[in-house]
Design a protein around this ligand. Structure first.
Ligand code: AMP
Ligand code: MG
Ligand code: MG
Length: 320
């Protein structure tokens, strides 16, 4: 009887996907719902723009609705997980139409890496940037916009979902609008074609709307062949994994943990590296301060080339 019960319960355990895979599979569908909200708010025409700390730090109705949708949907399914979202919102009731309870079956079919198979809900921290690239969203640079859901365990970004609601929006009729990229350390990343930047070319991607003398001095010191200025941390990581840029360099505070968690997991899942400008890894435990005060340095390949060329004067100006 004991043996039978043991076999029965181990079979049951094998049949039920690990918590991490269920969270990622749900985050995938929740991010797709978020993308629909982002597009609907834009289509309705009233963005409801609010300045947070100033004119370069905006919040729209889409940021608010998407954060409510993501946080309430995930909290309903995984009540013991810590969820930290960018926007400070009043504790309004979330309407049922904002709730997404679906999941991506394809993700559930993947085997959870052994080191994450026993994770419990209370050990996960989810970092949510409901709309990354808000400034660009308000200016109609729609493909800069992403929805970011990063999943951390033991202070490390281990899984993430990036939805790009307007991917393909200039490709014309017939092209599928929007895409969802996801990844888990030890499994890989999916939803895009991994491509390396042209060998021997130094293409730096950086901020479009949060430049400073220090940001520009740092880039000049790297003597790049090309500088691409686009909005969004998620969008810049996409530039790296699709071979459009060789390094993401941002020598400034301003970027927060919800900007880097999902991008970091996806970049690391394909062998890239992201740190602050000093080379320190980011921590994602729930007590950590939100600001990435010492900037961002990320590459898919050749991290050391860029890290070794960051001037000391820049490093001294950015305290972790
Ligand atoms: P960017 O590369 O300028 O699009 O910035 C990437 C992310 O960091 C976005 O979510 C920005 O809102 C945020 N960010 C960077 N710098 C600042 C800043 N000076 N003030 C507010 N947010 C910032
Ligand atoms: Mg952001
Ligand atoms: Mg945001």
């Amino acid at each position: 009887m004991y043996k039978f019960a043991f076999c029965f319960f181990s079979a049951l355990r094998m049949a039920s996907p690990a918590l991490l895979m269920r969270v990622v599979a749900s985050a995938y569908s929740v991010a797709e719902k978020a993308a629909t909200i982002v597009r609907n708010v834009m289509a309705a025409g009233d963005l409801g723009i609010v300045e947070k700390t100033g004119a370069n730090d905006l919040q729209t109705k889409a940021d608010r609705l998407v954060q409510m949708s993501i946080c309430a949907s995930l909290a309903r399914k995984f009540p013991k997980v810590t969820i930290i979202g960018e926007e400070e919102l009043s504790a309004d009731e979330v309407t049922e139409e904002l709730i997404e309870d679906g999941h991506c079956e394809e993700i559930l079919k993947k085997t959870c890496p052994a080191q994450y198979a026993g994770i419990k809900e209370e050990e996960l921290v989810i970092w949510v940037d409901p709309l990354d690239g808000t400034k660009e969203y308000t200016e109609g640079l729609l493909d800069h916009v992403t929805v970011l859901i990063g999943i951390a365990y033991g202070g490390k970004a281990i899984a993430g979902v990036i939805n790009q609601p307007y991917y393909n929006y200039e490709a014309g009729a017939g092209a599928v609008l929007g895409r969802t990229i996801w990844g888990v350390l030890g499994i890989g990343a999916f939803g895009f074609q991994l491509t390396e930047a042209p060998a021997g070319k130094h293409i730096v991607v950086t901020t479009r709307s949060h430049s400073s003398a220090l940001v520009n001095d740092c880039i000049s010191a790297l003597n790049p062949d090309t500088v691409i200025r686009v909005g969004g941390a998620g969008n810049k990581i996409i530039q790296l994994i699709e071979g459009k840029a060789s390094a993401y360099v941002f020598a400034s505070p301003g970027c927060k943990k919800w900007d880097t968690c999902a991008p970091e997991a996806i970049l690391h899942a394909v062998g890239g590296k992201i740190t602050d400008i000093h080379g320190n890894s980011f921590q994602y435990n729930k007590e950590v301060k939100h600001m990435n005060s010492a900037g961002v340095l990320a590459t898919l390949r050749n991290y050391d080339y860029y890290a070794s060329r960051i001037p000391n004067s820049v490093k001294q100006s950015l305290v972790p």
